[in-house]
Design a protein around this ligand. Structure first.
Ligand code: RM4
Length: 278
């Protein structure tokens, strides 16, 4: 028996929502009755048009499988898609403003957009370092600030902010020296914003995905590679994660009925990898 819709009428916005973890969360939230705005980086994916239209179709099916009153066609799915480069302050503001203009308010905001290019530390250029910092950490800061400005002024006041950090906030990665500090930064951002925003009834929490198979690690974890075999071997649940594995924990944090006293927390979703030392 599927769960009943848990986010009926809620408005959510997600950065980096067209692919990977962001897309998985957006689809589950839509199926639970939420209205969703997503941001994505234009032309970042060769198949952008087909990703956009397949998302509407998948959302339509997901909603139909759960809701007693599904929309009549994929065109009626309450999904807003906006392109924008999240490393600029304007992209986060635009996502918040347009989501509110279309759906009326903002209940949950998920800062998810991120990049990771696996590179040897001795070869990381200043440009590559800056790009990781600007997209992953500055982008999260600007977008979360825009979301919090909206949530603090709306009636009823408040909301839930989720920062997609990583197991990489807690452990190192030899080819991720430009990336892991940004993920530690997002964890820290959620801790500080939780303390700053409690007075506005805004909860802030970090999600820490383990090794989730997405386009970020397409090359690093390609089928048949030693690295893929190694990673699968050190995960007690015996498999890499799937974007859908992140969606349930995000739903918990979005749903006030389930998590109203949870703020400043972090949820590690890694199949047990972190604790599996020996
Ligand atoms: C994660 C973690 C994973 C890696 C991705 C790209 O945060 O380090 O192992 O595959 O980043």
């Amino acid at each position: 028996m599927p769960l009943p819709p848990l986010l009926t009428g809620q408005v959510c916005a997600i950065t980096g929502g067209l692919t990977g973890i962001g897309r998985g969360i957006a689809l589950l939230f839509l199926s639970h009755g939420a209205k969703v705005g997503i941001n994505y980086l234009a032309s970042h994916n060769a198949s952008e048009d087909s990703l956009l239209s397949s998302m509407r179709d998948e959302a339509f099916q997901a909603i139909t499988s759960r809701s007693p009153h599904p929309p009549t066609s994929p065109d009626d799915v309450p999904l807003l898609t906006l392109s924008g480069d999240i490393s600029t302050p304007e992209a986060g503001q635009d996502l918040v403003e347009q989501t509110v203009a279309k759906f009326g308010r903002l209940d949950t905001f998920i800062s998810n957009a991120g990049i990771c290019k696996f590179e040897e530390f001795l070869e990381i250029s200043p440009q590559s370092f800056q790009k990781h910092l600007n997209t992953n950490l500055s982008g999260a800061f600007y977008a979360v600030q825009a979301a919090a400005q909206q949530m603090s002024k709306q009636t009823p006041q408040g909301g839930s902010i989720i920062g997609v950090s990583s197991i990489s906030a807690l452990v190192g990665g030899a080819q991720q020296c430009h990336y892991t500090p940004t993920k530690a930064g997002i964890l820290s951002l959620m801790q500080s914003t939780a303390t700053a925003l409690g007075k506005y009834n805004i909860r802030c929490n970090a999600l820490l995905p383990g090794t989730i198979r997405t386009q970020l690690n397409d090359e690093d974890l390609k089928d048949g590679s030693e690295k893929k075999k190694y990673m699968e071997g050190r995960i007690p649940l015996g498999r890499l994660g799937h974007p859908d594995d992140m969606a349930g924990p995000a739903l918990f944090l979005a749903c006030g009925e389930l998590s109203s006293y949870v703020t400043g927390a972090s949820i590690l979703v890694d199949g047990g990898a972190f604790v599996n030392f020996q």
